[in-house]
Design a protein around this ligand. Structure first.
Ligand code: ADP
Length: 378
């Protein structure tokens, strides 16, 4: 039988908080999500108190984990900065205490500060890169997965982290539905498919739960997926970012140790404006933009192969030139890409000798070339 919300609350009631009262009476708990043995909640405290609360977070996680019927637990410590209060302590440099990441969702980082100074690397992972888009529905996740597969085809060891907390699509795109197991150190073991190490928030919580998360919870959950997962040795970890350029995305871009970002846009003007915002966001936090990909660039008829520029193709290339960032390539709007994606058989894997796989591999080649130094150094 799987655990109930009440059982979780009963176990938390036995934990004393630094405020001298039971954790359940300290006014810090988010709603508890408990379904199918998967439990997720957060402890929301002021950033200045984050360090004091980490042992409580760990105690709460251990208490819930020991309940019968619990298979996965994620307890996030989300630290919000009160207006006018002192800045939060920087994230702990060692990864000995997973799960604490003081975040300040309402005070986005300002330019000039080196993100690398604030971020600790993921052991064994040479380069973490983001695939981002200014808005949803432009094919960001499809591009992220096929780019990861293109990098795999170039002989690299690749992982994929689906951090699109507002609509995790990696379970659909990969056909994976299993729950990750824990290793001897209680780290989650990423699922494996197509030769990739894959992790998605969609493996852990129901989609509706993720939808209601606020910025700090997003950051905390993504931090846990980065640090509490046994990624093993990887050349590149591709992070499928949540779409948009709001505070949650900005905080993520700053706190994930990114070596670069790929921006996906469609040729429509509106989407390009959003892509420009994405570009500005990464520049603000000093993450190099590896380039822009134009997705759904032109329509290619599945029957006769004729190309039609239904969205006025070429906008992203022009934009990239104007903004001085590499243009990585054009991916057509094609039935085969949609059908393979939605059936859990991404085109680079299912049609490796086809024209679409060749396009994704060419994009991957450019990304690999830009990361060569980092990968070689690792
Ligand atoms: P996002 O991550 O930006 O929300 P998705 O990758 O989930 O977007 O793609 C949205 C939809 O568009 C999916 O049904 C996907 O199969 C389809 N799609 C993405 N790229 C293409 C393409 N180049 N050609 C045809 N369909 C595509």
């Amino acid at each position: 039988m799987s655990v109930t919300q009440q059982q979780v609350l009963d176990s938390l009631a036995r934990i004393k908080s630094p405020r001298g009262v039971a954790l359940t009476n300290a006014n810090v708990l988010s709603p508890i999500s408990a379904s199918d043995g998967k439990v997720f909640f957060s402890i929301n405290v002021d950033a200045a108190e984050a360090r004091t609360w980490e042992p409580i977070r760990a105690e709460a996680e251990a208490a819930v984990r020991s309940l019968a019927g619990v298979t996965t637990v994620m307890v996030a410590l989300t630290a919000e900065r009160k207006p006018g209060s002192a800045p939060p302590p920087p994230p702990t440099p060692s990864r000995g205490t997973p799960g604490v990441q003081p975040v300040h969702a309402h005070k986005p980082p300002q330019g000039g500060q080196s993100p690398m100074a604030r971020q600790s690397e993921i052991p064994g992972v040479a380069a973490v890169i983001a695939v981002a888009s200014g808005k949803g529905g432009v094919g960001k996740s499809t591009t992220a997965l096929n780019l990861a597969l293109g990098l795999r085809d170039l002989g690299l060891k690749v992982g994929l982290l689906d951090a699109d907390i507002y609509g995790p699509s990696v379970p659909r795109l990969t056909g994976l539905r299993d729950k990750p197991e824990l290793d001897g150190e209680r780290k989650m073991i990423p699922l494996r498919r197509f030769g990739l190490a894959i992790m998605s928030i969609g493996f852990l919580v129901e989609e509706e739960t993720a939808m209601i998360w606020r910025g700090p919870m997003v950051m905390s959950a993504v931090t846990q997926m980065l640090r509490d997962v046994a990624w093993g040795k990887l050349d590149v970890l591709v992070v499928d970012m949540p779409p948009g350029t709001g505070d949650a995305q900005l905080t993520l871009a700053q706190n994930v140790p990114l070596k670069g970002a790929v921006i996906v846009s469609t040729p429509q003007d509106l989407s390009l404006i959003d892509a420009r915002r994405g570009l500005a966001m990464f520049r603000k936090v000093n993450v190099p933009v590896l380039g822009i990909v134009e997705n759904m660039s032109y329509f290619q008829c599945p029957h006769c192969g004729t190309k039609s520029d239904i969205f006025g193709h070429g906008g992203a290339r022009h934009e990239a030139e104007k903004l001085g960032v590499p243009f990585l390539g054009e991916i057509p709007l094609h039935m085969a890409i949609r059908a393979t994606s939605d059936a859990g058989n991404p085109v680079v894997d299912s049609e490796p000798d086809g024209p679409h796989a060749a396009i994704y591999r060419a994009i991957a080649g450019q990304v690999r070339d830009q990361l060569k130094g980092v990968i070689a150094a690792a």
